[in-house]
Design a protein around this ligand. Sequence first.
Ligand SMILES: Nc1ncnc2c1ncn2[C@@H]1O[C@H](C[S@+](CC[C@H]([NH3+])C(=O)[O-])CC(=O)[O-])[C@@H](O)[C@H]1O
Ligand SMILES: O=C(O)C(=O)Cc1ccccc1
Length: 241
Amino acid sequence: MARDNIYANPHDAVDAFAFDEAVTRVFPDMIKRSVPGYNLIIPMIGVITEQYAQANSTLYDLGCSLGASLLAMRHGVKHDGCKVVGIDNSQAMIERCRSYVDIDNAKVPVELYEGDVTEFEYQNASVITLNFTLQFIDQDKRLDLIQSLYDALLPGGALILSEKICFDNAKEQEIQQELHWDFKRANGYSDLEISQKRSALENVLVPESQTQQIERLKGAGFREAFQWYQCFNFSSFIAVK
Ligand SMILES: Nc1ncnc2c1ncn2[C@@H]1O[C@H](C[S@+](CC[C@H]([NH3+])C(=O)[O-])CC(=O)[O-])[C@@H](O)[C@H]1O
Ligand SMILES: O=C(O)C(=O)Cc1ccccc1
């Protein structure tokens, strides 16, 4: 697996983070070493999918990157007549995702689209996953997207939402953020890599609190909405229609 050393050398000015060719090439290594719990959340998306998928419905993975969450969903579906749709607005990601889907041997049909998830129409959905994608979408577009996903879900359908989160309590924010940086250090990132990537993500990845996430989900109409996982400032929620 190609090692992420994108921020290893000093940059004069750090560009805004983008899911370009360079990031795509090292992405499996980057996300595993950067997101505490990623390697647990992926198989659990398979478990949750198995529970909530319905026959003859569509499963969506929005911001599918290289297809890790998408393939977990594909393998979790046990009903007939389902398909999995993956969308990502990074050309590099969706191209490489296609090659991973091609070598995967599950039978459930997969459709991949390059585009902005806020511009698609969704329907007949039983499971929808936003695995660390909403955090990159303009804050003023988040509610409309969540509402359109609620509207697209069948009764009993589920939304899986994983996000980097922030905390209302300043001391907790400081401690959880520091623990996340400790996690990155423990995974071999230097202080320079951590601080340059932090600059690159400024105003690109905009976290919200657990309360904001749950209130938005409830406001959109979800019957149940709660956190099922948290490690430091990374969390995953499930919402059921
Ligand atoms: N508006 C948008 N429209 C479409 N795609 C977008 C948009 N904004 C960002 N993306 C895409 O969302 C993905 C977020 S990564 C998801 C990991 C994956 N789910 C995984 O389970 O491995 C999470 C991370 O890197 O922290 C990237 O591929 C972006 O191109
Ligand atoms: O690396 C970080 O600090 C993060 O917040 C997670 C992340 C992982 C992959 C791409 C962008 C952000």
